[in-house]
Design a protein around this ligand. Structure first.
Ligand SMILES: Cc1cc2nc3c(=O)[nH]c(=O)nc-3n(C[C@H](O)[C@H](O)[C@H](O)COP(=O)(O)OP(=O)(O)OC[C@H]3O[C@@H](n4cnc5c(N)ncnc54)[C@H](O)[C@@H]3O)c2cc1C
Length: 392
């Protein structure tokens, strides 16, 4: 048990580690403990996919192993929090152990959305969210596979590219009418699809959903809603994520698209804060690494009594796969836009305006101006400023 000034952090992802670092920087004496259900020290989650082809085949650690000891941050792995007792200010773990908190930061992230279709429980149907999933996937990939990826969003596409590098065959099934329409609008999505449609050993199917996974003991194929059948021996689901909200709900904290917090990352309980993928900050849940880091830091600031809070802004999404880069940020639809398109060079850039100001845009191919675009969106550049920034 501990004193009432300690901070307990549940989770060991971007938000948790960034909070712990900021807490330590602000208070050398504070007792800080991270509790995570994962068995490995915090790592850069986006590098899970890259680990499939990297050497060593591991995600990139967030810190050197000695960091936690040197910073006097308790790192407790293999600890699944199952209950928060708000009255007694205790976290209860699956092994029945309990830890008292003065302040509690919930930074438990998200889990993959798994469509409940027949066959989803077969052993070769899986998703990739954590180190355990990575190990399982690496095990499957020891022999050549015929893989079907459900969901061709940014993460699904990045994964498909890595699987191809490892000489597996890949079919991507996307229920939306085209690729990346949310990030690139229909015109950009179609341009991108044209660029990658002839990639060897990959098939892209859009506009149809997987209805069921076939096979009695093992995955043998999938049936689509439009009647088509594809053979495969491994299914990877990449259909988005859902905030981990069970802990918060269990203890009576409100959760919508995440645990509801204000811009200071405060829940309605003055001792409890939430940050990262598990949090809905001023009505927004980002599901991205950078805002998770920023929210963790802001939550630490609030706990230390010195925070300006988390400033909601637009964050971009970047994809580097199949030899083509893609960047997208903000709103990518509307009638007021400027575009530069070069089919020969395989470059396409489109900037969208609302009320005369930049509200979003995307770049395919040449993404060298992505920082300028990010500034333009967040600083609401007018057209003259956007032109001066080389965006038009
Ligand atoms: C394959 C992959 C690629 C990605 N690529 C990108 C990218 O290119 N760019 C980008 O911006 N974002 C990317 N993301 C998303 C990004 O990784 C997340 O937005 C970010 O990790 C969120 O950080 P977090 O700290 O909120 O949560 P997480 O990183 O999910 O960490 C939460 C931690 O809490 C633990 N936990 C959960 N429940 C409990 C419990 N009850 N008790 C104890 N511990 C618990 C989890 O095991 C986990 O370790 C990617 C994600 C994945 C999976």
């Amino acid at each position: 048990m501990s004193n009432q000034d300690n901070v307990v952090i549940i989770g060991s992802g971007a938000a948790a580690v960034s909070a712990a670092k900021a807490l330590r920087a602000g208070d050398a004496a504070l007792q800080i403990d991270i509790y995570s259900d994962e068995q490995v020290a915090p790592y850069f989650r986006p590098s899970l996919t890259l680990a499939l082809t990297s050497n060593p085949p591991e995600p990139r650690p967030m810190n050197k192993p000695e960091f936690y000891v040197n910073a006097n941050i308790g790192l407790h792995l293999g600890m699944l929090a199952v209950k928060i007792d708000r009255e007694a200010q205790l976290v209860v773990f699956s092994d029945d152990s309990k830890v008292a908190y003065g302040r509690l930061l919930i930074a438990v992230g998200a889990h993959c959305y798994i469509p409940q279709i027949p066959g989803i429980g077969l052993p070769e149907a899986m998703s990739l969210r954590n180190h355990k999933d990575l190990r399982r996937l690496q095990g499957f990939l020891e022999i050549p596979r015929n893989i079907l990826v459900i969901g061709a969003g940014m993460l699904g596409l990045e994964l498909a590219a890595k699987l191809l590098e490892l000489n597996h065959r890949v079919t991507m099934v996307e229920c939306a009418p085209g690729l990346l329409h949310k990030q690139l609008s229909a015109t950009g999505g179609d341009f991108y699809e044209e660029l990658i449609k002839d990639v060897v050993n990959m098939k892209i199917v859009t506009g149809s959903a997987v209805k069921e996974i076939c096979g009695s003991d093992h995955v043998e194929g999938v049936n689509l809603a439009d009647g088509r059948h594809f053979e495969c021996d491994l299914v990877i689901i990449s259909t988005g994520v859902i905030s981990n909200a069970d802990l918060a709900k269990q203890c009576g904290l409100e959760s919508r698209h995440g645990i509801v917090v204000d811009h200071l990352l405060r829940t309605v309980d003055p001792a409890i804060f939430a940050a990262g993928d598990c949090a809905e900050v001023e009505c927004r849940n980002f599901g991205l690494w950078e805002p998770a880091l920023a929210q963790g830091k802001a939550a630490a600031g609030t706990i230390l009594g010195e925070s300006d809070g988390f400033q909601c802004k637009s964050y971009g999404a970047f994809l580097n796969a199949f030899g083509t880069k893609v960047y997208s940020i903000g709103q990518v639809d509307g009638d007021d836009y400027s575009e530069v398109r070069d089919d020969e060079k395989k470059d396409f850039r489109k900037i969208f305006f609302g009320g005369g100001n930049v509200i979003g845009g995307f770049m395919i191919g040449d993404t060298s101006k992505m920082l300028q675009l990010s500034h333009a969106v967040n600083e609401q550049y007018n057209k003259t400023q956007a032109a001066e920034a080389g965006l038009l």
